[in-house]
Design a protein. Structure first.
Lengths: 359, 359
DNA sequence: TATATTTGCTAAAACGCTTGATCAACACGA
DNA sequence: TCGTGTTGATCAAGCGTTTTAGCAAATATA
């Protein structure tokens, strides 16, 4: 890396961007001077205005100057004049806590990018003060809008300042109806799909280990379970619904109760629970899926895909949630204030349920 | 929510921000007019310039106007005049793929925030084109600098355009020495710490299941393992080093070979491997930690903390990596271009290694 | 040849803010 | 009465763009 003199008096400069090693950035004006035109012309060339009349020759001269100088437009100045920024804010309460938030970010990012927006993210870990600061920051950057997301599906009270911007709730919703646009996973459909995996496996007596912790997921998945049963003409038996804390320990601890129910198929509230249940089942000398077919929920990759046997489950559509949130914000998707838009949770079938060869 | 008329002729307006429901944002000028002062004065009040002389009364008037109108400064305009933006860019190759990247973001966020910077993130999923676009975007927003991070520790070639900005490599490094500042986990120390957990457990014959995939982690952890052994006066036995693909299946598959080695303690390249090994061990009727003490690496929460028994492991300091990256970028931490700064990997002891009561 | 039209480009205002230079008003000591 | 300070506030330039109105030259039309 030989530093290159910029004296006009030196030998012919090669057609290579002269790396200005982090001095003042090159401005439009400098490009204009280099090309011997006005800044207006340069601007027109850059933005390829179709109704602007620029001689091909001039256009080339400008382009060369741009390349030569390694010009980068100043986005700040741009948005200042245009009045509207190209930012979308994303405030999340748990990027760190779970892999889930990462997927939301990812989906939002991709979709935002697609429409020429950059993501301004803020992780609040649930801290309300941080949250307020984060929103203030985004407001000051005049974001196009804000995605307010939570790491698990839940009701939330919309922070006051959020209302100063256009916003969409992602993976959460406001309890007071009509207060906000929102996009959430379709828990009922998910619960139904999960149960149907078992149904397709030929099972008619299916247990459901629900969570003890109140949440939309808890109610929704249960409802989905009931719906699936009903659709299959199987009467709902409350005896077959257990409850446990929704993690590995909970699943493990539920083993004994489950075995009392004399079932050969179980739908677990989530993958972590299923993981614990695997251990419990194994300790009882039971094999999966032969002695017990198991279905989880969440499709937590690290777990579900690598359990032995790999776990059939239902995917929480975090990526889609993020993407849909952006589309809704941008007004690309229809959305009402009255009820959250539900995103479907696709089933992911692996080996923890044996395929059923119908007699 | 009654929309509030702003006519000057109406009754005394309550001291509450009149929410401008997303019309044009309020500007400095409007505040100035409302307070009956010049924009300069408002600016001075807002930025609490200490050497500016403003009558207490005026100051109040301005503050009231600000509150009244719900004024939010325009960050774009601000940075435009100041010349330096308050952004730090973070390009990551795998926010989605792993929970790890999330931690890097989190750490970077917190540290950046602490110094008044906002994070501009871009997820590239390893796509070089996306990466170039992302960097260009950041350059246009005149970021203070860019953190270039990878989801696993590895050498990387620095994208050309990255050099246009101030940058720091996070969780990766440039093979050509002196090319870039970088911050990475201290694999050797980590490997050593992991081995020491076993040593403290009273074990002298310790196996190491290394990864088959070449990586700094593979070499570093092995070296750390050797160092720990040497420090304990135990000769290194190549027979005790196995290799497997670094995931659950790999760990499971390594069980047989491991048992041939006649050891009662094993250090696994990562937690996922340990998870698989747990299964293998259990199938052989072996109990952890009594028949086999196991230590992992990575401290992947979902797994390590919830295995049965919970897994002793070593933490990959992703949060710290992100934070240190920001500090290095800002010149708060010393940093040389010649070798990456190493961040320590702290041991996390759980129940997969029995405590040793020294005789 | 005179006039209308098209082409190629520029001047200058505006976007919302910061800041150094100024300035008016007033108080003080000589 | 006059300098000299001090206080409280304003003026105006400038940050890097975009964009509209307009101008001069070239070309087409009659």
């Amino acid at each position: 890396m030989i530093s290159q003199e910029k004296d006009s008096g030196n030998a012919a400069t090669p057609d290579v961007p002269v790396r200005k090693s982090r001095a003042q950035p090159v401005t439009l004006r400098e490009v204009a001077e280099a090309a011997g035109v006005s800044t207006a012309t340069v601007s027109l060339v850059i933005n390829k205005k179709k109704n602007a009349r620029i001689a091909e020759q001039t256009r080339q001269r400008v382009k060369d100057a741009i390349r030569q100088l390694g010009y980068r437009p100043n986005a700040m100045a741009k948005t200042l004049v245009s009045g509207t920024s190209r930012f979308i804010g994303l405030v999340a309460d748990g990027v760190a806590t779970t892999p889930f938030a990462g997927q939301i970010i990812h989906g939002a990012q991709d979709e935002a990018w697609k429409h020429g927006y950059a993501l301004l993210i803020a992780n609040t870990e649930g801290n309300r003060d941080l949250e307020t600061d984060a929103i203030a920051m985004m407001l000051e950057y005049k974001v196009r809008g804000i995605l307010y997301s939570t790491w698990f599906h839940r009701p939330t009270v919309v922070p006051e300042t959020l209302r100063e911007a256009d916003f969409v709730l992602v993976n959460c919703f406001s309890p007071e109806p009509g207060a906000a646009r929102a996009v959430v996973p379709d828990e009922e459909q998910g619960g139904k799909s999960a149960t149907e995996i078992l149904l397709r496996g030929g099972h008619r007596r299916i247990a459901f280990i629900n969570a003890t912790t109140p949440a939309p997921a808890r109610d929704g998945r249960l409802q989905g379970y009931k719906d699936a049963l009903e659709a299959a003409g199987i009467p709902f038996d409350p005896e077959l619904v257990l409850e446990a804390y929704p993690d590995q320990e909970g699943g493990y601890g539920a083993t004994e109760e489950l075995l009392k129910r004399n079932v050969a198929a179980v739908f677990c509230y989530n993958d972590r629970m299923a993981m614990g249940l695997y251990d419990g089942l194994r300790e009882n000398g039971l094999s999966i899926p032969d002695d017990m077919a198991v279905v989880g929920f969440d499709n937590q990759e690290v777990i579900a895909a690598h359990l032995r046997p790999p776990l059939s489950t239902v995917s929480l559509p975090h990526y889609e949630l993020g993407a849909a949130g952006v589309r809704m914000l941008l007004g690309l998707d229809e959305a009402s204030n009255d009820s959250a838009v539900k995103i479907m949770c696709p089933a992911v079938e692996r080996a923890s349920v044996a395929v059923h060869s119908p007699a």
